[in-house]
Write a protein that binds this ligand. Structure first.
Ligand code: F6R
Length: 252
């Protein structure tokens, strides 16, 4: 199902509300979390909702999708830092239940194995919050990643490095590698909200809509998942065909 909202803010409010509902309905929920600019207003809205309704968070577990290789917890561009800054420091999820890959691990292969094992103990996430890169990556699974991949080290593409270097004061600091949950790990989620906003994502939304499932467009794998909601703002939906909206495939 595709849902289109006028603004990024409205889409974020909708997703945050759904996340809150899921947490209330299942206090021991395992949440798959993402970073990036798409997610910032979602975490902002979710913090507000949590403050208002005070759901129990003591049994919530979280797994983040990815982390840059070489960036430690205190590096402002690490995803650990992002998550603390935008979400974890504002809510009371026990630290021991927060999981991110360790980008500073000496043995990266062992770290990937560890992350896969911990994730498997929970049999995947109950709810996965997901974004997409302009090249169709999910997590940091770049085009060409096998659909049966588990947590692994990835060489970031030139496109992803270009897109994400905007977060770094010195673009040369942008890492070349990351650890990412694999596509199989992501697909184990019971339910997935794929959130895509902004005009710069309109082309990847169009490609996703029209494309057959194929490894060159990693996000296309989600067409095989039984419970995915694609949440868009108008700008990201701007290249979707009118007949899709008319047929009710795309709704607001
Ligand atoms: C981040 C992640 C990535 C981002 C994607 C979009 O944890 O997994 O796949 O969701 O790169 O990033 P933004 O939202 O910054 O455009």
């Amino acid at each position: 199902m595709y849902l289109v909202f006028d603004t990024h803010q409205e889409a974020s409010q909708f997703v945050a509300q759904r996340m809150l509902q899921r947490i209330i309905a299942q206090p021991d929920i395992c949440l798959g979390l993402a970073t990036g600019s798409t997610m910032e207003p979602i975490y902002q809205a979710l913090i507000q909702l949590i403050n208002q309704s005070q759901p129990a968070l003591s049994q919530v577990t979280t797994f983040n999708l990815d982390e840059y290789v070489g960036l430690g917890k205190s590096h402002p561009q690490s995803y650990y830092y992002y998550m603390c800054h935008h979400f974890f420091s504002h809510v009371s999820i026990p630290e021991a239940q927060i999981n991110l890959p360790n980008g500073k691990a000496k043995d990266l292969a062992a770290e990937c194995e560890r992350y896969t094992q911990v994730l498997n103990q929970t049999q995947g996430t109950d709810y996965q919050l997901l974004g997409v890169g302009t090249n169709g990556h999910i997590g940091f699974n770049e085009p060409g990643t096998p659909f049966d991949s588990l947590t692994h080290v990835v060489e970031l593409t030139a496109q992803t490095r270009l897109d994400n270097s905007r977060f770094f004061d010195d673009p040369a600091e942008m890492p070349y590698q990351a650890i990412t949950m694999g596509i199989q790990d992501i697909m184990q989620a019971t339910e997935i909200d794929l959130v895509i906003t902004g005009e710069h994502k309109a082309e990847v939304v169009r490609n996703f809509y029209h494309s057959a499932v194929n490894e060159n467009l990693p996000v296309s794998v989600l067409k095989q998942h039984p419970q995915v909601t694609v949440v868009l703002d108008k700008a990201a939906a701007s290249l979707l065909p009118h007949e899709a909206v008319q047929k009710g495939l795309v709704t607001q």
